[in-house]
Design a protein around this ligand. Structure first.
Ligand code: ARG
Length: 580
């Protein structure tokens, strides 16, 4: 990456000037003064007891001899300001044009298990699950493109009270089925549908809040399921089949996929081992009939309660399955890191789980357990996004709302061929949703605003797709007229230089996105690339440029811009459209 090359050069210059210090070079805060800057003269000055400005000036002097630089200056109080020659900028752009990874930096290889999605079986997917899916998928694609090995696991909520609630409710509605009584293999099971489950769960959950006897029944059903009562397991398999089919269709529509469809139930086999470790290490003890582990630490600002690993009724809960799942993941993947993309409101749960896992030695010390929390998606009223009636919004309804709005705009504009409108509306709608989400740092709440997300201007997915389709159309016309779209690039205007600079420094956004586990850096950068392209497009002639070398250079710049933007969009899970 360009900033790494510059950092090496400046480090060598520090050394030549007599300072043994490692330089870091970043894009300039003052693009009006220079393109890059280095601030390490301050540290050098401290170590060598000199004025920072003197160190900066001496270093700049050494660097000035390098033909790569148009100017290098030491400025007060102690910055090194760097500007490249246009030839150097174009040469870097040529280099990225021939790089298979489109300038995306590759980092050291590592195995990462990613836990995202996290839908609950038998409950409808709601928009709370949207963020986990979109952010998780993007982080996976970013990490993979940068050389990491990622195993993604959906971690279904399939073993808890929600299943007990559904079983209890069904047992009252359809008592004639033997799965609720004396079940024999092969006996008929209730015929379930996704729509039916979507109604049964909320009803049962509502009932359990007012009807104590029913709540007790649901708890008992949960315990019996976890003890593998045959009739319940048979029914559970049926619930899983129907519910997972529905989930798959939803995730397919989102363009989100998982390597493993494991669930909390798959951790069940590891629970005895977990309980045994906790017991042997003297970590678990009985409290009010439950089994718990203390995880509080002296430095805690707010009290962290003990983690409950077995409830008094004998059932295992959320923390139990998360701990047991870590045993499973260690065995299957021996990961360097485990990333959990989950709602911010679950932070305490993960603090408890991670501490308990460390105390118990379930994961090696070097394994990073990371809670990557995300904020809430709010409506334009600033409150959690709801349906017009004030209910929980289903994910599928939200998607169709946005896709319909995208389609209406397309119909109004009438630019897209009829045959392409459905697919394009789907892609534009998804781009609007994903970009609108990912442009915000994942930890922040954001406002879901369909009109804003579908706007063709500003930091929107639609603007980026629009830019790509504009480039596509230029390149298509070029190839129709036989004009070459590859060749050496040169700088012949400010807007070309700015676009090339944006392209050759865009690797920085990948580094930030990966190190902060935040796709927002890629979004911001792709917006800056698109905006730099728009200025270039309005500023210079491209297809009708008469000078052949300039025309070829500009077309090559168009191709490169498209490739770099597409790499960004790929990592955001956004598909482009040919025409808009
Ligand atoms: N099923 C959970 C929910 O809907 C999310 C699961 C997150 N992952 C985990 N390993 N706990 O809230």
């Amino acid at each position: 990456m360009i900033t790494d090359i510059l950092a090496e050069k400046v480090t060598a210059a520090f050394k030549a000037a007599g300072y043994d210090i490692t330089a870091n070079v970043t894009l300039s805060d003052r693009p009006d003064l220079c393109q890059f800057q280095c601030n390490n003269a301050f540290a050098a000055a401290k170590a060598y007891r000199k004025a920072p400005f003197i160190v900066a000036e001496e270093t700049a002097k050494v660097l000035s001899a390098d033909p790569m630089f148009k100017s290098v200056e030491g400025v007060k109080p102690g910055f090194v300001n760097i500007t490249l020659t246009d030839e150097a900028i174009a040469a870097f752009a040529d280099e990225i044009a021939s790089d298979e990874n489109a300038g995306v930096p590759v980092e050291k290889s590592e195995v990462i298990v990613m836990d995202y999605g996290g839908p609950n079986v038998a409950k409808p997917l709601h928009i709370g699950h949207l963020r986990s899916a979109i952010i998780g998928q993007s982080l996976k694609l970013i990490a993979r493109r940068m050389g990491k090995t990622v195993h993604s696991d959906i971690h279904l909520g399939d073993w808890g009270l929600q299943i007990g609630l559904v079983i209890a409710e069904l047992s009252e509605r359809m008592p004639q089925y033997s799965c609720f009584g004396d079940y024999h293999e092969g006996d008929a099971l209730p015929e379930l549908t996704a729509d039916m489950l979507n109604e049964v769960y909320p009803t049962a959950s509502g009932r359990s809040k007012t009807d104590e006897a029913f709540a007790a029944k649901a708890h008992a059903a949960t315990v019996a399921l976890q003890e593998r009562r045959p009739g319940y397991i048979a029914l559970w398999n049926e619930i899983m089949r129907v519910s997972c089919g529905d989930l798959r269709a939803n995730y397919d529509a989102l363009g989100v996929d998982f390597d493993y469809w494991y669930g909390e139930s798959d951790a069940d086999a590891y629970i005895p081992e977990l309980m045994d470790i906790l017991d042997r290490k003297g970590l678990s003890y009985e409290s009010d009939g439950a089994i718990v582990v203390d995880v509080a630490e002296e430095s805690d600002k707010a009290p962290i309660p003990p983690v409950i690993v077995r409830k008094s009724d004998g059932s295992s809960i959320y923390a139990t399955t998360d701990l047991a799942t870590l045993i499973q993941r260690q065995r299957d993947f021996a990961p360097d890191k485990v990333w959990y993309v989950v709602d911010n409101r679950q932070e305490q749960h993960f603090t408890q789980v991670f501490r308990c896992a460390r105390k118990a030695g379930i994961v090696p010390d070097g394994t990073g357990l990371e809670f990557l929390g995300f904020g809430t998606m709010n409506g334009t009223d600033g409150k959690p996004y709801k349906t017009r009636e004030g209910g929980v919004m289903r994910l599928s309804d939200l998607i169709s709302q946005v896709v319909t709005a995208a389609r209406e705009r397309m119909d109004e504009q009438g630019r897209t061929a009829e045959a392409e409108r459905d697919e394009n509306a789907r892609r534009i709608g998804m781009a609007a949703i994903k970009f609108g989400d990912l442009i915000n740092h994942r930890s922040k709440d954001y406002i879901f605003d369909i009109d804003k997300f579908l706007s063709a201007e500003g930091k929107t997915g639609v603007y980026i797709l629009y830019t790509v389709s504009r480039i596509n159309s230029i390149l298509r016309r070029a190839s129709e007229s036989g004009a070459p779209t590859e060749g050496k690039m040169t700088v012949s205007s400010d807007s070309e230089r700015d676009l090339m600079l944006a392209l050759i420094t865009s690797g920085q956004s990948w580094k930030m996105a990966l190190s902060e586990r935040a796709p927002s850096y890629i979004c911001e950068d792709v917006y800056q690339l698109a905006a730099a392209f728009s200025r270039f497009y309005h500023d210079v002639r491209i297809l009708d440029e008469e000078d052949e070398a300039k025309r070829t250079s500009r077309l090559a710049l168009c191709s490169l811009t498209r490739n770099v933007i597409t790499a960004h969009l790929d990592a955001l899970g956004i598909k482009t459209v040919e025409t808009m």
